[in-house]
Design a binder for this molecule. Structure first.
Ligand SMILES: C[S@@+](CC[C@H](N)C(=O)[O-])C[C@H]1O[C@@H](n2cnc3c(N)ncnc32)[C@H](O)[C@@H]1O
Length: 295
């Protein structure tokens, strides 16, 4: 059975909220707290990045693992393993250069750093608070010698990164917290930093109904909106059906830069157009919390 909840439901609708509250009374108080925080932070930060940075500061101060969407250590490890195993099955090799957008506290990043050659991992994030925890994860895992790059950013133009450098760009549970302008900016610029044959995978909260958002934290998109946005920037986008089999509430799209006279499904593009593969996904699903979807 699919791990995805009914993709037509609109979490922003009052009816949905009331039905959800009746089923989960214990989650009413946390949701009220989040709503109050949203109002407070909205008033202080007009710009989305500044707003979300403040959300992360607040969440990371309470619990850095919960701040990236995992309720406990077991789930934090499982969600990292799910991302890693998926990319490994899709051809991520040690010599590849990887950019992780919204790397958080290296839930998956430490596994990528461990797997890749020294200096081949580049993690960026808008939150200084979570990057402090990323550094701690690096130390806890004893990965200093791998010399990963961890950089604070305030936009997704990648202007400080070189052309055609990365084989893999990865953004897990970032666009699920991003308004259209942020995604558009990322898609407008990611093609420049991708190597020929490289790919950009991102997850998103999918709706098959009306696009909507819950507070300014969680955004629900139709697949065709995002694939059309990628196409508007000259990129090809494919919905990753094999990701749907995994116990994660979000969906995944893979974006590639078409080479002249070739399509994204030519065989020298690692991982693109492969059939669904077997995965060593975690036994336990990180089930979505309808008040605050799991990351
Ligand atoms: C739910 S967490 C996921 C972190 C990590 N990808 C993982 O799977 O553990 C989302 C992360 O994306 C970061 N983020 C949100 N919007 C961003 C943006 N526009 N650019 C870069 N990072 C962003 C947040 O600060 C946070 O660390």
């Amino acid at each position: 059975m699919s791990p995805h909840a009914d993709p037509t439901r609109n979490r922003a609708e009052l009816g949905h909220k009331l039905r959800y509250a009746a089923r989960h009374p214990g989650r009413i108080a946390p949701h009220v707290r989040r709503t109050a925080r949203d109002l407070w932070l909205r008033a202080r930060h007009r710009d989305h990045v500044a707003y979300y940075r403040a959300v992360m500061a607040s969440d990371a101060a309470r619990d850095p693992r919960a701040a990236v969407g995992s309720r406990n250590d077991e789930r934090w490890l499982a969600l990292g393993a799910m991302q890693f195993d998926y990319l490994l099955a899709h051809g991520l090799r040690p010599e590849h250069r990887m950019l992780e957008v919204g790397c958080g506290n290296l839930r998956a990043g430490w596994r990528f750093i461990d797997h890749l050659d020294s200096g081949h991992y580049y993690g960026i994030d808008i939150s200084p608070d979570i990057l402090v925890h990323a550094k701690r994860t690096l130390v806890e895992r004893g990965l200093q010698a791998k010399l990963p790059h961890l950089t604070l950013t305030d936009d997704l133009t990648f202007d400080f990164l070189p052309d055609a450098h990365f084989d893999v760009v990865h953004a897990h549970s970032v666009f699920s917290h991003s308004p259209p302008g942020v995604i558009d900016q990322c898609l407008a610029h990611v093609g420049r930093v991708l190597r020929p044959g490289g790919w950009f995978d991102f997850t998103f909260d999918r709706t098959e109904g009306r696009e909507h958002q819950v507070l300014r934290e969680d955004f629900y998109y139709r697949t065709e909106t995002l694939t059309a946005l990628a196409a508007s920037h000259g990129l090809e986008a494919a919905f990753m059906t094999d990701w749907e089999e995994l116990p994660h509430g979000q969906s995944k799209i893979r974006v590639t830069r078409p080479a002249t006279g070739r399509t994204s499904r030519t065989p020298d593009r690692p991982g693109v157009g492969r059939p669904a593969t077997g995965h060593d996904g975690p036994a336990q699903a990180d089930g979505p919390d309808p008040g605050h979807p799991d990351g």
